[in-house]
Design a protein around this ligand. Sequence first.
Ligand code: ZN
Length: 409
Amino acid sequence: MTETLIKVDLTKSAYDNDMVHNRWHPDIPIVAWTEPGSDFIIETYDWTGGFIKNDDDASDVRDIDLTIVHFLSGPVGVKSAEPGDLLVVEILDIGAKPESNWGFNGFFSKNNGGGFLTEHYPSAQKSIWDFEGMFTKSRHIPGVRFPGLIHPGLIGCLPDPNLLKTWNDREIPFVEANKDRVPPVGTVPFAPTAHMGRLKGDARDKAAAVAARTVPPREHGGNCDIKDLSRGAKVFFPVYVPGGGLSMGDLHFSQGDGEITFCGAIEMAGWLHLKVDVIKGGMAKYGIKNPIFKPSVITPKYDDYLIFEGISVDEEGKQHYLDVHVAYRQACLNAIEYLKKFGYSGAQAYSILGTAPVQGHISGVVDIPNACATLWLPTKIFDFDINPSAAGPIKYLDGSVQMPIAPDK
Ligand code: ZN
């Protein structure tokens, strides 16, 4: 029987589980060791440690303390892995915890986290998604059902002291220089809510004061939110500390490219079945700075899309120079406007783009002054025909079902 190296009890606080942590620091002790070539199971909390509830009230999304995230399981040590190696992680399988067969998606309030379209959707909202085996659907967003492309939003190895310093040296001044911006431009170390795993006492306090937050993706991978890092994928992670110190969490049942809703994809608690190996000296051998990976042989098979274009001209008509962020935002807004014609609220359409297996492409970055980004919406996830026709859109939804909203207090 495959060994479960880390277990989580969803009825207990993630802070009480010392095989869980919510910061990156080289001193966080490795909690379990395994051999190259072995396979094992790791259980995880959802990224908020169970803060977001399966109900029809978005006040939890509004009120969450975002310094508590992300609760990660680990670090796991792989014997023989040394700095400069590549840790090979094959994702054999991923699933939901049987006692928690659902997930959530939402948008944070602009005043507490924000998101990609926070200027358009400034209030906290959420949708709950139930799993039916490999499929999911939401009681808050009718007319749509799709299979999961389950993946860890966040996975990577512990940084060494130099890498941690590099992160803090570039991120802390950046946040300081923009400290009045709402929402903020980054996250800085914050000791009070740090969960440092098995590091205790003075050592814990000292490390927590400088430990990196888990929000951004970085050189080690981390919170990359790549939907294609799914079961069957094989990832090659840079190793910085002896044993690697692999940690993971933030499981997503499904996500659109960009995870534009930020709270987040379809977030869930669950388990990963992994197999590990080591490529000695692999970082130098292959010139690796950031992780590389091979996708799964299994993906949801959609071959019909409605593709929305966006250019780097913002909502006020202002020109931006080859800015793919602005261009992708326009593609998303264009898709939302389109879906509203079928009876969805803007929020419901936004949530679909954040959760369904939507593809985002950078289509052009040289045709000055406009970048072009495209959003690929799979047509077959809908219970009705969303294609344009001479007859015009059929209003499939009557607006009687809406997503819970929690206006700021
Ligand atoms: Zn997530």
